[in-house]
Design a protein around this ligand. Structure first.
Ligand code: ZN
Length: 371
């Protein structure tokens, strides 16, 4: 019998308060304060659709646990951890650039990182074939000494270090399909030859000066970092080409024992923060391709950690497509937006997108080679 797919989720994930906002920034004298874009809604609605579709009851629930302080220190400085804890025990506050927490966020962020650790443990123990950690707050922008881009702790980084130091895993690959660059994950492993970090993102979005194709790793970690910056407006064709020509060849060369997908769902055509055109069909196909690559070296061991995704209407359908594919189950739910989104002109691969993918494909050819 095939093993089930694991799901990590916890009510507390929806209780983290990222503050108020206006659009993707802060309120200012002319921008009326609104809910912060990183609100619980899109994630809670994804969980809702998993339940309504019947998929949730066919997944194996994995209980999260709080990450211990020494586990947070796999990536973060004691000074930063203490700042988060101190502000969280009061009324909350600013923990870095574009990152604010509320009361109790420290414990919730511990549970978010610990949820990713629990997902990794369940997959490595063989209790589940793969897992989706529907965690919050997100993690891929967090840096060692500060929160950043709505992220508190580097959930995926901490889970990878746990896999390596406690579970004895050697090589790990990260595929980050969030529309924003995975700067925190890149920083963690830029000199580390044991972790391949791949980020496919909107070129010059956030962080604006990060994520260039020329950043390929330093020192011993040379050629173990792959950035695939795509022009704004990239859709189904560009994403499939980027995976076919750069992401999957890099994964196949690196031969990781465990694949982590930092799963931001903000490259969708309905996202208020991204300017890309992906649909649930895109995410379904990207998941299928990563699974095929992971089947060879990693025995199919994939853990997806939820990152961004700000369309309350569409994150649920993109997330359902990813999780259905991981589980090999079709729930029967039809994406009500898919036809209209796919009929938009510009989904086919366009010449300026090909030029960007050419550069990434060239960098991907060197993955796994020595400096
Ligand atoms: Zn994002």
């Amino acid at each position: 019998m095939t093993k089930p797919t694991g799901l990590v989720v916890h009510e507390r994930y929806f209780w983290h308060d990222a503050g108020s906002g206006a659009g993707f920034g802060s309120a200012n004298p002319y921008a009326q304060p609104d809910r912060h874009p990183e609100s619980p809604d899109s994630k809670r609605r994804l969980l809702g659709l998993l339940e309504v579709s019947g998929l949730a009851e066919r997944l194996t629930r994995i209980a999260p646990r709080p990450a211990a302080r020494h586990e947070l220190e796999y990536f973060h400085t004691p000074r930063y951890i203490e700042l988060v804890e101190r502000l969280s025990s009061g009324t909350g506050g600013v923990i870095g650039e574009s990152a604010t927490i509320g009361p109790g966020s420290f414990e919730i962020a511990q549970l978010s990182a610990g949820g990713c650790i629990a997902a990794v443990d369940a997959v490595l123990a063989g209790r589940v074939a793969n897992a989706y950690a529907l965690v919050r707050p997100p993690g891929h922008h967090a840096e060692p000494d500060q929160g950043r881009g709505y992220c508190v702790f580097g959930n995926a980084v901490i889970a990878i270090r746990h896999a390596q130091r406690v579970r004895g895993v050697g090589r790990v690959a990260v595929v980050d399909w969030d529309v924003h660059h995975g700067n925190g994950t890149e920083t963690a492993f830029i000199e580390d030859p044991s972790v391949l970090t791949i980020s496919v993102h909107q070129d010059r979005c956030y962080p604006v000066d990060a994520g260039g194709v020329e950043v390929t790793g330093n020192g011993a970690g040379a050629h173990t970092n792959l950035n695939v910056p795509l022009p704004a407006g990239s859709g189904h064709g560009a994403y499939l080409s980027a995976f076919e020509r750069a992401v999957i060849p890099a994964l196949e060369r690196f031969r990781a024992e465990l694949v982590i997908v930092t799963s931001g769902l903000d490259a969708s055509a309905m996202d208020p923060l991204g300017r890309m055109m992906c649909t649930s069909a895109t995410y379904r196909e990207l998941t299928r391709r990563v699974m095929a690559a992971a089947a060879t070296s990693a025995g199919g061991r994939i853990v997806a950690t939820h990152e961004g995704g700000y369309s309350n209407a569409y994150v649920p359908f993109c997330g359902l497509a990813v999780i259905e594919t991981l589980a090999g189950i079709t729930s029967g739910v039809t994406d009500p937006y898919l036809d209209e989104l796919m009929q938009t002109a510009g989904h086919e691969l366009l010449p300026h997108q090909t030029a960007a993918i050419d550069a990434a494909a060239k960098a991907a050819e060197r993955v796994g080679s020595s400096a």
